[in-house]
Design a protein around this ligand. Structure first.
Ligand code: SAM
Length: 313
């Protein structure tokens, strides 16, 4: 059985010196008065929009112990701190470079920092957090690429290969449905990360990432072309690749651990107005100007990115 494992840990620990090459939605919305913010119903940043959305489901104004995993430049947490000054954040990141950036942007607040691969975090470390946030980073976690359906015919006792054994155990333990594609890719690291968060019993968990299962709503399908493959897809980036996420598997695992789940697209909390300008950009597929292309890409991303909110009853 031939497969490979896409990993990004060395890149994040040793090479990453900018997030400019993989402009995240959070970073794209951080600065005031930018083209993108003009197209939103409100001139707001990602973290503030997310915080308001979370208010509809969890007592985010009362939370104190918040863990952010892979916080990038720290913008989301800075927004959260502006909305709730009582938060005592812990920022866990694999990248020494980004942790330094987070220290700068969060200066003046009482914040703990931990340089660590989240997959190495133990139960003791995770104890006591009320909310865990993972935004736009599950795709960086190891993905097993090019698995054949023959893998799924095995039982975990049939193989000594530790990676295959682990994957088969995930299918067995959580009753994950067989993937349609053959070969298929498997977000092993993302699944381990969610399993770790759920077994630690953190009451609220927010996950957001580029999905391989997302589609545009019926009324916008003629303008926004997204075809969900259902199979984690490679996104080539500078110095590393990441993979889109199969959210249905993460949702099943959370439910297995007794969490209630709320799932949606980023468009649920990042409102935008389909005015004539946006309609024109979308219907021309962003062909006629750089600004049209930016609008098109952004609106498409709002539907390609999904979030999953896990709530322990
Ligand atoms: C694409 S950036 C997203 C940053 C930010 N959350 C945002 O939305 O703009 C990915 C982040 O995850 C971190 N990261 C990647 N793999 C990680 C791992 N295994 N453990 C902890 N952090 C990780 C990176 O260093 C970086 O901060």
């Amino acid at each position: 059985m031939n497969y490979s494992i896409n990993k990004t840990d060395t890149y994040h620990k040793k090479e990453l010196d900018s997030l400019g090459w993989e402009l995240t939605i959070c970073n794209a919305l951080y600065k005031e008065n930018t083209v993108l913010r003009r197209f939103l119903g409100q001139d707001e940043s990602f973290g503030r929009l997310l915080f308001r959305h979370l208010r509809g489901f969890i007592p985010v104004d009362k939370l104190i112990q918040v863990l952010e995993i892979g916080g990038g430049y720290g913008y989301l947490m800075r927004d959260f701190l502006e909305m709730n000054v009582s938060i005592k954040p812990t920022m866990l990141d694999i990248s020494p470079f980004l942790l330094e950036r987070q220290k700068e942007i969060l200066k003046g607040y009482s914040v703990s920092f931990a340089q660590m691969d989240f997959l190495d975090a133990d139960d003791y470390f995770l104890r006591g957090f009320e909310l865990a946030v993972m935004n736009e980073n599950l795709g960086d976690f190891p993905t097993v690429v090019g698995l054949g359906h023959d893998t799924l015919g095995l039982s975990s006792l049939d193989t000594v290969d530790p990676v295959l054994k682990k994957i088969i155990q995930f299918f067995e333990r959580y009753g994950l449905p067989r993937p349609q594609c053959n070969p298929f890719n498997f977000n092993m690291g993302a699944i381990e990360a969610v399993e770790k968060l759920c077994t630690s019993g953190i009451p609220y968990i927010y996950l957001g990432e580029h999905s391989c299962e997302a589609s545009a709503p019926e009324n916008l399908k003629h303008l926004i072309k997204i075809s969900p493959s259902g199979n984690p897809e490679r996104i080539p980036l500078r110095g590393h690749d990441e993979y889109t996420i199969k959210f249905s598997y993460l949702e099943m695992i959370a439910k297995f651990y007794g969490y209630n789940t709320i799932r949606g697209s980023f468009a649920d909390f990042i409102p935008f107005d389909i005015n004539d300008r946006v309609y024109y950009a979308l219907s021309s597929q962003g062909r006629y100007s750089d600004e049209d292309e930016i609008i098109c890409q952004f609106v498409e991303d709002l539907y390609k990115y999904e979030y999953l909110l896990l709530i322990r009853p």
